[in-house]
Design a protein around this ligand. Structure first.
Ligand code: PHE
Length: 443
């Protein structure tokens, strides 16, 4: 088999992983979660959850990928050969990205459809009440969501054809600064709208009365999803990280980018929501109903600016979703190539056909899409993360992990700090994951 590619350096690793991490989770979930679960208080809990649980999981996933240097499906059985259980568990990072990539591409397609509507000026020229219905109209055509999904998927497949270094790395290095530029522009616009201060208050007011046990579960669940953990994406990207790279600092860099983007997205969206005088909502309703309403009600004050800002917004969503989608497709492509030995091009074509077909079902039936999302985010992703942590903490053990994250002793890692990190990996993370899993069903 050909030599495995590598990301060129630290910047490339962080850009690729941040590309996977920054996505719909930052734009359509985080701002709403913050506002509804205690504002600044939620952000503090979110940061604590990321530091104590998600970051150790992140480090474990990258280490696992780099140790095994193979697909996410094969990683555990390669490091612990002969154990049927771990071979079986390896099936999860095939099923999860297959499901996620099928429906995520449909949502990417919605964003693409709305980008076209923005370019044609429709977002600003439609009356506000009608703008809220644009999504229902778009959906009802049947053909539009399918076409857009296929177009979005084709774009991602095309980038994937170019490989890890010339495709994923190049695209991520280009898109990350663009994404930050776009979201900052949107935030500046949003914060300058009359009446936007309500949105700032909604995001920042620390309200500890809203904080309860469930807040911790929400914060952790959100942090997991946002960092693309438990799906095989990070293990896969880890397998392309060079031996000389510092895993810990790359993971910290990625987590910081992801959080920063989520907070900026909050300031880009919520002040505008309040300026337009509507109630903040969650999920797809926020992006595809509230945002069109905003552009048609306030964007029309200065129509040219409204058109530009609507383009900025939907372009951000499309690009952010693309880099996340690509990371899931790379997981699948790796498996496909490893199992069948086919070339990259053929692999991408097969992925396009399979995901294209599965996505069409989700494009026509949003209840199936939501079902897949629930199954992945609340069940499968958590089960797989739990298994990864048990594998890293108990099967690989302390010395193997130390060896990997210190690059065989070359990187200095204070002994005490390593003990803390390993304790988090072995005990705290699995316990926390088990708790979110349980609380998802009882809260
Ligand atoms: N992290 C992505 C987001 O925030 C979603 C994602 C999950 C991407 C799992 C890849 C794998 O939208």
């Amino acid at each position: 088999m050909a030599q495995r590619e590598h990301f060129s350096g630290r910047v490339a690793v962080v850009c690729a992983m941040a590309g996977s991490a920054i996505g719909l989770g930052n734009i359509w979930r985080f701002p709403y979660m913050v506002g509804e679960h205690g504002g600044a208080a939620f952000v503090i809990i979110y940061i604590a959850a990321t530091l104590l649980v998600s970051l150790p999981v992140f480090i474990a996933e990258v280490s696992l990928g780099r140790m095994s240097r193979c697909s996410a499906v094969g990683s555990m059985s390669k490091l612990r050969p002969g154990k049927k259980f771990w071979k079986g568990a390896g099936f999860l990072p095939f099923i999860i990205p297959l499901l996620i990539a099928s429906y995520y591409s449909v949502i990417g397609g919605w964003a693409l459809g709305f980008l076209f509507k923005s370019i044609s000026g429709q977002m600003v020229s439609t009356a506000p009440e009608a703008a809220e219905g644009l999504f229902a109209q778009f959906q009802a055509t049947g053909i539009q969501p399918i076409t857009m999904h296929l177009l979005f998927l084709a774009g991602c497949s095309l980038i994937l054809v170019f490989g890890v270094r010339s495709g994923i790395e190049k695209f991520s290095k280009l898109s990350l600064p663009v994404l930050f530029f776009l979201i900052v522009s949107m935030a500046v616009y949003s914060l300058n709208l009359p009446g936007s201060d309500g949105g700032v208050r909604y995001l920042l007011r620390p309200d500890f009365s809203q904080v309860g046990p469930s807040t911790f579960a929400y914060a952790l669940g959100q942090s997991f999803y946002s960092l693309s953990l438990g799906t095989g994406a990070i293990i896969t990207y880890g397998s392309y990280v060079r031996r000389e790279e510092n895993i810990t600092s790359s993971c910290i860099g990625t987590a910081v980018c992801d959080l920063l983007f989520a907070v900026l997205a909050g300031f880009a969206i919520m002040p505008a929501v309040f300026a337009a005088g509507i109630e903040p909502s969650a999920g797809s309703g926020l992006i595809f109903q509230s945002i069109p309403y905003i552009f048609s009600s306030i964007g029309s004050a200065v129509p040219a600016l409204g058109v530009v800002m609507s383009i900025v917004f939907f372009l951000t969503v499309v690009v952010a979703a693309m880099t996340s989608q690509i990371s899931q497709m790379q997981v699948l492509l790796d498996v496909l190539q490893e199992k069948t030995g086919i070339g990259r091009r053929k692999g991408c074509l097969i992925l396009f056909v399979v995901l294209g077909g599965l996505g069409c079902i989700c494009a026509l039936r949003t209840d199936i899409l939501e079902g897949c999302d629930f199954l992945c985010c609340n069940v499968l992703l958590l089960i797989f993360s739990f298994l990864i942590m048990v594998f890293t903490g108990f099967v690989l053990g302390k010395e193997r992990v130390r060896e990997e994250i210190t690059n065989s002793g070359i990187i200095r890692f204070p002994e005490k700090l390593f003990d803390v990190v390993f304790f988090l990996i072995k005990w705290v993370a699995p316990a926390a994951i088990a708790l979110i899993f349980i609380s998802n069903f009882i809260l």
